[in-house]
Design a protein around this ligand. Sequence first.
Ligand code: PLP
Length: 375
Amino acid sequence: MSEVIPFLDFHAAVHELRDEVDRAIQRVLDSGWFILGRELEAFEAEFAEYCGVRFCAGVANGLDAIRLLLEAHGIGRGDEVLVPSHTFIATWIAVTQVGAKPVPVDVSLTDYNLDVEKLSSSLTSRTRAVIPVHLYGLPCDMDRINAFADEHGLIVIEDNAQAVGALYRNRRTGNLTRHGAAISFYPGKNLGAFGDAGAITTNDPDIHHKVKTLRNYGSPKKYHTEIVGINSRLDEIQAAVLRAKLPHLDEWNQRRCRIAHQYQVGLSDLPQISLPDACHSSNRMSVWHLYVIQTSQRDSLQQFLEKNNIQTLVHYPIPPHASGAYKDTDFPQSATENAGYLSRRVLSLPIGPHQSPHQTDYIIGKIREWSAEQV
Ligand SMILES: *Cc1c(COP(=O)(O)O)cnc(C)c1O
């Protein structure tokens, strides 16, 4: 195959929905209204219904969604928030932005999500909340996390940036706590806008009211500013694009699942590689935002694939605790050990709704070729 296999094919995604998206954008231009209008209201209602949740508030991005939810729950200076040691750093930054301290909980090496057994070792008298991240598209074990949180009086905020549409005991992510969930519509996410966008879903009417106020300077009504908020709004054009894409989400997630299955079957016997936990037999259904394998010879495999025109990425090469942003904070080694280990071993293979079975076969073939050379 001489053409490059992209990590995620944005051109094909735009092409498939081009007419619907063009009409949606046209509608906004014709309306002459660009911020906090009908498209956003309609999208909020449609997305809430999709998640099976009572309320949805659009915001500017996923980071702000986490941050505003924390603020709405009154979390700030002096508080500690439990976060997974292995996640995209935005989960941690949101906590720091509200003045609280992110406290890592180490993750499981098989499903990559925070290890419920380890929650109690990171708990202190200052712990106020926990942010489970449904990493790579696989829901966390929410029954056990919610039970732990109830026992200790903690707020639970789902970071649902990577798992929109995934199921846990037949309920959608975004509807798995009493307190609310944050989502990102960054273009590379499973439901991606054509720019930055995010949202907060919740069943709590007070929290919904607070985040809607906070996203708009702290003004529930124009020019009636009651608290100091920020400007974090999901604009009409992005809302219209998301409305056009939402009806295709389930089908596009199913295509991702088929690719993951193809990888599972094609790579399961290779000695140097461990595959992600598929979890289909249990109560969790992944939407395969990423297909992440592990190998101790990660860089060698990545270079081999690169030479064969296959794009791969590493999610993530530097764990948050080891990044420059947190270099002045001490975190217990026992709570970050697996994050460090994974950062040296993980490799994300191409996956996306527009990857053909033929392309996936080619990738599998090349990985098998590399594997055979390793003896
Ligand atoms: C993408 C992502 C975010 C942040 O979303 P943005 O829209 O990029 O701000 C937060 N958490 C996780 C786990 C993410 O993957």
